[in-house]
Design a protein around this ligand. Structure first.
Ligand code: ZN
Length: 441
């Protein structure tokens, strides 16, 4: 008979510490609520300023986000690739970006005196790869390639933990089309897909007109989470529903679309995604061409689409958490349910022997979405009160406590639902039903 493996808290590396006691990080380096909570509750650990270790619970949440993105990309024909991070500087010279953004690039050279950069983005790399493969037929397009990998930026002042680091995880996609009309269609398609991703995450966001900045191109949108610590200022017009990063608004006093001055307001936002319709800005200098129907080579039309993966994680926690308790979007929480068995040696502990494990299996069987999403807090040398406090701080939506009432003839389980702010005593069946109805994955 096989034994079901259970996720047990005692086996998870989650160092819960006060940041003040952590010698690796100074108080000045803790610049946001999410960063402090994630450090204190063992989700991340700082290595050097702007670079963080993601610990097991952080990675579990990250994996969930990646799965959501992979599913959406699959629906629109996105194909996952992995480009090398180390990029020949020559490519960035050819696109003209080496001079333009040079100071923000991590540049290095090898023993043969060849120059490289640690890529923050891969427009040049993707374009060059296609140029080497040329001539590709028009039948190969549209092509949508994306990757999820670590990116680098020589950030002058890293801050807010995972939100503005020097090494971060990004999802970047590059689309290639045979003409600008179909490139625009692809652009719309990817934007819709990004909206699905943000709707699934469930944090209020705004899609606003963005600045193309050093990326170039003709059209750009940003996806912004509203948060006081956000470094972007976004103008919203309630007369015509226009919204844009104020970088693209000439006059910050009135709506660039309808001219209204009364119904505009400016709010802070955290940029979590950015899309660019690039045209031939990169494909032309890097010679990414295809063979058209008339057998002549033509330049490909590109789009570029970014999602800040580690940033989405931190920004979600930033938006949802209180100063003392971390909160996650349900679909990104490392675990959704935590079970607290009684303290070792207590009367209840003896009376409910085997019950926590059985409940764990029953929940997994009854609610398939809970597979690998239930955690057993088996640190039974600690009191229930102490473990409950930890569970609330880490932010598992459902905490099930096995106590005196669970040892009665008709066992009842205490359920705490932090999202709906409820504390209930339920039979096992009612407990399963309640979680099933209130659980989202
Ligand atoms: Zn307006």
């Amino acid at each position: 008979m096989s034994i079901t493996a259970r996720h047990c808290l005692s086996k998870i590396f989650q160092p819960i510490t006060a940041t003040s006691k952590n010698s690796k990080i100074t108080r000045q380096q803790v610049t946001s609520k999410s960063q402090r909570l994630m450090l204190e509750l063992g989700i991340i650990q700082q290595s050097i300023p702007g670079c963080f270790h993601l610990l097991p619970l952080g990675v579990k949440s990250l994996d969930k986000l990646i799965k959501i993105i992979d599913n959406e990309m699959f629906k629109i024909g996105g194909q996952k690739v992995l480009f090398p991070t180390l990029t020949n500087s020559k490519l960035w010279n050819e696109s003209g970006r080496l001079k333009e953004v040079g100071t923000e690039l991590f540049q290095l050279q090898d023993r043969h005196n060849h120059h490289y950069i640690l890529s923050p983005t891969h427009e040049e790399v993707a374009s060059e790869m296609l140029s080497i493969l040329a001539p590709l037929s028009y039948r190969n397009f549209p092509l949508k390639l994306y990757q999820i990998s670590s990116k680098f930026r020589d950030e002058i002042k890293p801050r807010f933990g995972l939100m503005r680091g020097r090494e971060f995880i990004m999802k970047d996609m590059y689309s290639f089309d045979t003409d600008i009309e179909s490139a625009k269609k692809t652009y719309e398609e990817v934007c819709n897909s990004y909206e699905n991703i943000f709707n699934t995450i469930g944090i209020g966001y705004a899609k606003v007109l963005g600045s193309s900045g050093s990326m170039g191109g003709s059209l750009s949108h940003e996806y912004q989470f509203k948060a006081p610590i956000g470094e972007d200022n976004v103008l919203y017009c309630s007369s015509c529903q226009y919204s844009a990063n104020i970088e693209v608004c000439e006059d910050h006093q009135k709506c660039p679309n309808c001219g209204d001055e009364k119904n505009i307001n400016i709010q802070c936002g955290i940029e979590v995604g950015h899309t660019f319709l690039l045209g031939d800005k990169y494909s032309k200098p890097l010679k990414s061409t295809f063979i058209a129907k008339d057998s002549k080579p033509e330049v490909l039309q590109m789009g570029s689409y970014g999602l800040g993966i580690s940033r989405i994680l931190a920004a979600s926690v930033e938006v949802l958490s209180s100063e003392t308790e971390m909160r996650w979007p349900s679909v990104l929480a490392p675990y959704n349910v935590i079970i607290l068995p009684p303290k070792k040696g207590s009367a209840e502990s003896l009376q409910t022997e085997g019950m926590p494990e059985k409940l764990y299996s029953n929940l997994e069987e009854k609610i398939p979405g809970l597979k690998n999403n239930i955690l057993m807090d088996d640190r039974t040398s600690l009191t229930l009160g102490k473990r409950l406090l930890d569970a609330k701080r880490v932010g598992y939506q459902f905490t099930i406590i096995i106590n005196k009432k669970s040892a009665e003839e008709n066992p009842l389980f205490e359920l705490i639902d932090i999202k709906n702010n409820k504390q209930l005593y339920l039979s096992k069946e009612a407990l399963c039903d309640y979680i099933q109805q209130n659980f989202r994955i």
